[in-house]
Design a binder for this molecule. Structure first.
Ligand SMILES: C[S@@+](CC[C@H](N)C(=O)[O-])C[C@H]1O[C@@H](n2cnc3c(N)ncnc32)[C@H](O)[C@@H]1O
Length: 220
């Protein structure tokens, strides 16, 4: 697949991690097919048979104060539709860290975002991974992880790990392909949960924007 590189003309503040002109990524397998194969093979740890649309990517990245943000972390980037939108919006001073468990997705992300910090690792160890990089606080966590289909202890530890690094005004942003269904679930973890519907995604999708972690949330 041919990815058109962003140039200085396409955005007034190109993030240094974006592919530069001439740096394009060619992949024999299209993103949708790679995602579909991973879904068929790994099921619930992927939980989506197609990458997020640009409408969903835009929605999850919307409302962030990019002038203020010093560090944004993306969890479960897959083939990188949200990564692309994030890097398009982020200012050069913002540190972006992308955590993805699957080595094939990491390979693709590294080819596509050659200057990005793509971490092949487990989102549940997010605070450790960040500590290794000298990062003690994060402004926003953007999660493409299929949290509802994870076993409760894993989900607990991922959200708790994100909470340990998020600053007081930080947001935890979670995408979903089942609008409204998991509102109660996220309310169990956060005091303030807002939902934004993305009808143009296939299937219709949405984003939970969560603040205020409940210390009593974890079931373990
Ligand atoms: C539903 S896909 C989302 C992909 C992409 N963000 C998108 O919107 O198209 C979920 C992704 O989470 C990754 N993932 C699953 N468990 C993970 C974990 N424990 N740590 C990091 N990534 C994980 C999967 O490999 C997959 O790429």
């Amino acid at each position: 697949m041919n990815v058109r590189p962003h140039t200085a003309h396409s955005h007034p503040h190109p993030h240094p991690h974006m592919a530069r002109p001439g740096e394009s990524a060619h992949h024999a397998t299209p993103d949708w097919l790679l995602m579909f194969r991973k879904f068929m093979r790994h099921g619930t740890s992927i939980a989506s048979f197609t990458p997020s649309s640009r409408f969903l990517a835009r929605m999850i990245c919307k409302g962030i104060d990019y002038d203020k943000a010093q560090c944004i972390v993306e969890l479960g980037a897959g083939t990188g539709p949200i990564t692309k939108e994030l890097f398009r919006r982020a200012k050069p001073h913002t540190k972006l860290v992308v955590v993805e468990l699957d080595p094939d997705f990491c390979k693709r992300l590294r080819a596509r975002f050659p200057h990005a910090d793509i971490v092949e690792g487990d989102a549940a160890k997010m605070d450790e991974l960040l500590r290794e990089r000298g990062i003690s606080q994060v402004d926003h966590v953007i999660s493409g992880l299929p949290l509802p289909s994870f076993p409760a202890p894993l989900r607990d530890s991922i959200i708790a790990s994100a909470h340990r690094t998020l600053g007081p005004d930080g947001t935890f942003r979670q995408l979903t392909n089942m609008p409204f269904v998991y509102w109660k679930l996220y309310k169990r973890y956060f005091t303030d949960v807002r939902f934004k519907l993305v009808p143009l995604n296939l299937p219709p999708a949405g984003v939970y924007v969560c603040r205020g972690y409940r210390e009593t949330a974890a079931v373990v």
